[in-house]
Design a protein around this ligand. Structure first.
Ligand SMILES: N[C@@H](CCC(=O)N[C@@H](CS)C(=O)NCC(=O)O)C(=O)O
Length: 285
């Protein structure tokens, strides 16, 4: 669990917040995952929207709360928790009903969620290339400077390597964009994952068997974003497609991700990739 310690937190006002507070962004995949979980659990929470496209997460106030500069963040009676999967597992322990992690499977689910999180930068690559497609560097130099300079730079008192990973990601994106090569590599990783999930879903309604779990929420979020990016789920992974359609129709899910709508101009790799390319052509699917 990643609960921050006192020296990590520079924005001291959050220490006095009572109840469940979530700092999040409407269109952020990790925030969507947490909000769906909160909906299914019927946990009331106070919303603090963070403007990611406006780079609010790179300003000192936000880095004073999460030194990684990422959403979502949970502040539970003044205790600051970061990392969406850790937040979910923390809340599941605290409020176990309705169960979204099957009894006795905590360690297995933790490992599977960690595996899912390891693909987050691949999802970001495909999102920026095929969904957001900014016309230039995704983070202005001034915002990145502020990000580098602000916050404690520690998590649980130790220098945070994850912040360096983020800096490297954005600096590389500014330099070379989201190239065909990187997009293809990321798409192929997802293809292998969804091939395996498709096999499981051919035999059972949910990823862990008969009941909905946090893994369904987590992988649904990836499916939804990748669908927006033009990933051909219906053709490549029909069981995944059918499972996602069922989840997408549920109000707890629909409310957080909205309709599946792609504007044709979003599919094109406008920014750095050259015109006329889609995820399918770039990945060779
Ligand atoms: N491992 C983290 C990943 C969080 C993450 O990367 N969040 C994204 C939004 S989905 C973010 O805050 N991005 C910052 C940005 O785009 O500047 C988690 O699961 O919470």
């Amino acid at each position: 669990m990643v609960q921050l310690i006192d020296s990590d937190i520079r924005t001291r006002e959050v220490l006095g917040w009572k109840g469940v507070h979530v700092l999040h962004f409407m269109g952020s995949s990790c925030s969507q995952k947490l909000r769906i979980f909160l909906n299914l659990k019927k946990i009331p929470w106070v919303s603090h929207p963070i403007d990611l496209p406006g780079n609010e997460n790179m300003q000192p106030w936000f880095l004073g709360i999460n030194p990684r500069g990422l959403v979502p963040v949970l502040v539970d009676d003044g205790a600051v928790h970061i990392e969406s999967n850790d937040i979910i597992q923390y809340l599941e322990k605290k409020l176990p009903t309705p169960r979204l992690i099957p009894a006795g499977h905590d360690n297995e689910v933790a490992a599977l969620l960690k595996h899912e999180d390891d693909l987050h930068l691949d999802l970001r690559t495909l999102s920026f290339r095929f969904v957001f497609a900014p016309p230039g560097p995704p983070k202005p130099a001034a915002a990145l400077e502020s990000y580098i300079r602000s916050g404690a730079g520690t998590v649980q008192g130790a220098k945070d390597r994850e912040k360096e990973v983020q800096i490297e990601f954005w600096q590389r994106a500014a330099k070379e964009g989201f190239t065909d090569e990187r997009a293809r590599a990321s798409a192929l990783k997802f293809r292998a994952e969804f091939d395996a999930l498709d096999k499981a879903l051919a035999k059972q309604p949910y990823l862990m068997g008969e009941d909905l779990s946090v893994l369904d929420i987590a992988w649904f979020i990836y499916e939804h974003r990748l669908s927006l990016a033009g990933y051909p789920f219906a053709r490549l992974h029909p069981h995944v497609h059918a499972w996602a359609e069922t989840l997408r129709a549920r109000p707890e899910f629909a409310k957080e991700v909205g309709q599946l709508r792609r504007r044709p101009e979003q599919i094109d790799a406008g920014a750095h990739g050259g015109p006329g390319k889609t995820l399918e052509t770039v990945a060779g699917f």
